[in-house]
Design a protein around this ligand. Structure first.
Ligand code: RIB
Length: 305
């Protein structure tokens, strides 16, 4: 089976806690709201690609529990091919708790659950049946699933985009097989030791990531834009100006949109501009995966003067 985009990644149930501000250590505070919504970096990226009109498959794992069944249904309803997702007996579906304060910033803690139990054999047997131009992968599934999928994608001549998220999942071998790496500020610091606060520090950090063997690098600086480094040339792309309401999954939306636009244009700078708009729209509204924009919404976006 041929797809536009294949995503290998996590599928989680998110518990979203909206609070006026994060509680101080040891405090108990009232939340504005608490709700459950489909999430997971792999799932969010796959939903983004599907909403932007691309034929998308997600490879991942959920538990044989009600959350797992609900998440599979949700993905299918959003146009993602779920036929390569495992539903495992022994482990529960990944679950994350995300706290969002009134600035829209989020802090998360979660368990990988079934996401951490995808084997090299599972990946290889799926890649024998499928193909695509782009692989999108993050760091929230088992390390063997990440490496196996990148190796399989490279052997098929696919362009491999590694979103090195979360920072807690970073391991060096993953960079060996990535064509493009798209870290945010925290991840960049974890990879390079460099604190990114402007274009100069972002450039230095990008150079360090190239030294790991990565051809193309995009350093994401949230509301401060992104820096694209490829073939010795540096381009800076502004973020769109929005009031952040909910930043959960903004990076996933960026990566999914970037993959789609790169597929269409073969131009990383154009793709980064498109991804900045898609992610900006996403953070300006709440609603989990339903807040991810469609192609029409991204194309219709006009920056207020
Ligand atoms: O990037 C946001 C996602 O990270 C959440 O949906 C959560 O499930 C974790 O995977």
């Amino acid at each position: 089976m041929k797809y536009d985009v294949i995503t290998v990644g996590s599928i989680n149930m998110d518990v979203i806690v909206e609070c006026p501000q994060y509680p101080a250590y040891g405090d108990t505070v009232f939340a504005n709201s608490i709700g459950m919504t489909p999430g997971g970096k792999g799932a969010n990226q796959a939903v983004t690609a599907a909403r932007l009109g691309k034929k998308t498959a997600l490879i991942g794992a959920v538990g044989k529990d009600s959350a797992g069944t609900q998440l599979l249904k949700n993905l299918s309803s959003k146009g993602v091919d779920t036929s390569h997702i495992l539903q495992v007996e022994e482990h529960g579906t990944g679950t994350f708790v995300a706290m969002i304060d009134e600035t829209g910033e989020n802090t998360m803690v979660g368990t990988k659950g079934a996401n951490d139990h995808i084997s090299e054999e599972d990946i290889n047997s799926v890649f024998e049946q499928i193909d695509a131009k782009i692989l999108l992968v993050q760091l929230e599934t088992s390390q063997e699933s990440i490496i196996a999928s990148m190796k399989a994608a490279k052997s098929k001549g696919m362009y491999v985009i590694l979103d090195p998220a979360p920072a807690d999942g970073i391991f060096n071998e993953a960079f060996k097989y990535a064509d493009l790496v798209v870290p945010n500020k925290q991840e960049t610091e974890r990879i390079t030791g460099i604190q990114v606060h402007d274009q100069t520090s972002a450039h230095l950090a990008a150079e360090k990531i190239h030294e790991l063997g990565v051809k193309d690098v995009i350093i994401k600086m949230a509301e401060n834009g992104s820096l694209i480094s490829q073939n010795g040339s540096i381009t800076f792309v502004d973020a769109i100006a929005v009031k952040a309401v909910d930043t959960v999954g903004a990076g996933d939306c960026y990566a999914g949109a970037l993959a789609c636009a790169y597929l269409d244009t073969n131009d990383l700078v154009e793709a980064a501009k498109f991804a900045s708009v898609a992610a900006g729209i996403k953070v300006s509204r709440s609603g989990g995966q339903d807040a991810i924009p469609t192609m029409e919404e991204v194309q219709a976006y006009k920056q207020p003067q």
